[in-house]
Design a protein around this ligand. Structure first.
Ligand code: NAD
Length: 480
């Protein structure tokens, strides 16, 4: 049995109180690791370690910081297979997705922000020929970084990399469902020569370790990715101390398919945007709107592809859909399929648990499920399901579909499929979300702002936006 320890001040330590949380392998339904159920005492200890390290790290030359980050990326890359396999065991995702997306992007997160750091410039100006103004940027302090279970290492490193590039120190609280790759990362950080205490890892639950981190007075900023309900609690606690907060929350994203689209590409990519990572990506397009003239044609092409997806052993490179994160999450997803039936939905394919044999018989597998005949305003089409379930709805006009897409409490992302240039721009600009993909999905330039509107979050991360978050900017005005 794998037993995790916290990583504080460069040392692996047991939590102060020896309580543990069971961590399950989602494809077998069996416990395979024990996670420390850390408490406020562990958080306090980690914040002190981070605080101590911050004094020196914040003054360390940026070329030194960047070199360490490049080394972290290189070591991670040399252990990519091991990390991908661990992510599969811990999260239930497929080995193909873990290798190509999760671990690849984790490596790139460090390389991108190391490079960014070396090329940062500050603003300066001359005021009416009388005074010289410039911006002095300083790291904000100790950050609390809280990450979810769907893209464990990918999203944790998306926070750690800009944080340490900016010269901040941090205490991380990964999801209690998927802590293993975060634990493995600690030895990489040590091997790369990151000074002790710059990154600390405290494992445990949201209400215990997470809340203690958010409430700690010496933690100046919180970067949180997770569900909207937890995000609201984090925001409430953090606002009591006027902390800087970045919240990346839930989504219920529209995928809009116009009759003038590149049909093949729209269908193939929509399969990916619906079912990649078992639909457990905040950016998945779970509300598909198809123009009436091609609605039936789209269903005839999309449904068989969804039905034929290979659901099963996530360690097999052929598998396309792995296991959901937990039994309770699987039950929630299946509950929404039942609700869809009550709301008058037609199950075009899937609709149940995927029964597998042998070791996988207790795994949390759900068939890719396509539902039609639902009103876009019903609960199944409005609430975040976060599983391999999509609803498909016909629409007539551009104006109508813009209203339908915007009729959501969330505003994370949207996909638009059309080959009409002016329509692409018109629709993209009218949708109230943080990211719009036109004729593609999940393509990310890390220098672009990323975040959501409405209940999908507060703030933007990426390139200069992350640097703004992790630093304070002071204007210095020099007159003769
Ligand atoms: P969650 O909110 O349950 O947990 C996320 C993290 O927050 C975990 O580490 C958890 O322990 C911690 N946490 C929970 N309650 C807390 C509290 N009161 N105080 C401090 N920490 C707390 O989310 P999840 O179920 O792990 O992840 C799925 C959700 O994350 C989905 O809603 C998904 O859309 C969202 N998500 C959003 C993005 C984005 O970029 N917008 C990316 C990935 C996932």
């Amino acid at each position: 049995m794998l037993v995790l320890q916290n990583f504080i001040g460069g040392e692996f330590l047991d939590a102060k109180v020896a309580n543990f949380i069971d961590s399950y392998n989602p494809s077998t339904g069996k416990v395979y690791a024990k996670i420390p159920d850390s408490t406020e005492d562990d958080i306090n200890f980690a914040v002190e370690a981070a605080h101590k390290a911050f004094t020196k790290w914040s003054k360390t030359h940026r070329s030194v910081r960047a070199n360490i980050m490049y080394r972290i990326a290189d070591i991670l890359e040399s252990r990519q297979k091991e990390f991908a396999e661990a992510e599969v065991r811990d999260q239930g995702k497929t080995i193909t997705f873990a290798t190509n997306i999760d671990i690849n992007r984790s490596i790139y997160n460090f390389r991108y922000f190391a490079g960014y750091l070396l090329h940062m410039e500050e603003k300066a100006s001359i005021l009416d020929g009388r005074a010289f103004n410039y911006v002095k940027r300083t790291p904000s302090g100790v950050a609390g970084l809280i990450s979810p279970w769907n893209l464990p290492l990918y999203l944790l490193t998306w926070k750690i990399a800009p944080c340490i590039a900016a010269g901040c120190a941090c205490v991380c609280k990964p999801s209690e469902f998927t802590s293993v790759t975060a634990f493995m990362l600690c030895s990489v950080l040590k091997e790369a020569g990151l000074p002790d205490g710059v990154v600390n890892m405290v494992f445990g639950t949201g209400p215990n370790a997470g809340q203690a981190l958010v409430a700690h007075p010496k933690v100046r900023l919180i970067s949180f990715t997770g569900g909207t309900v937890s995000g609201l609690k984090v925001n409430t606690t953090a606002s009591m101390h006027l902390k800087k907060v970045s919240l990346e929350l839930g989504g219920k994203n529209a995928n809009i398919i116009f009759e003038d689209c590149d049909f093949e590409n729209a269908v193939t990519t929509s399969i990916k945007s619906s079912f990649s990572n078992q639909g457990e990506i905040c950016l998945c397009g779970s509300r598909i709107f198809v123009q009436s003239s091609i609605y039936q044609k789209f269903l005839d092409a999309f449904v068989p592809k969804a039905r034929d997806m290979i659901v099963g052993d996530p360690t097999d490179p052929q598998t396309e859909v792995g296991a959901l994160i937990s039994k309770s999450h699987m039950e929630k997803v299946l509950g929404y399929i039942e609700l869809a039936k009550q709301e008058g939905g037609v199950i075009e394919c899937g609709g149940g648990r995927k029964e597998l044999k042998g070791e996988l018989c207790d795994g949390y597998f759900v068939e890719p499920t396509v539902i039609t005949n639902l009103k876009p305003s019903c609960r199944v089409a409005q609430e975040e399901i976060f599983g391999p379930v999509v609803t498909i709805h016909p629409f007539e006009t551009e104006e109508e579909v813009i209203n339908l897409a915007n009729d959501s409490p969330y505003g994370l992302s949207c996909s638009v499929w059309s080959q009409n240039g002016s329509r692409m721009r018109r629709v993209a600009e009218a949708i109230d979300v943080g990211t719009v993909w036109v004729n593609c999905w999940l393509w990310r330039d890390l220098s672009m702002p990323f975040g959501g509107t409405k209940k999908s979050g507060v703030g933007r991360e990426g390139g200069e936006y992350s640097m703004e978050f992790y630093t304070e900017q002071k204007t210095v005005c020099l007159a003769d």
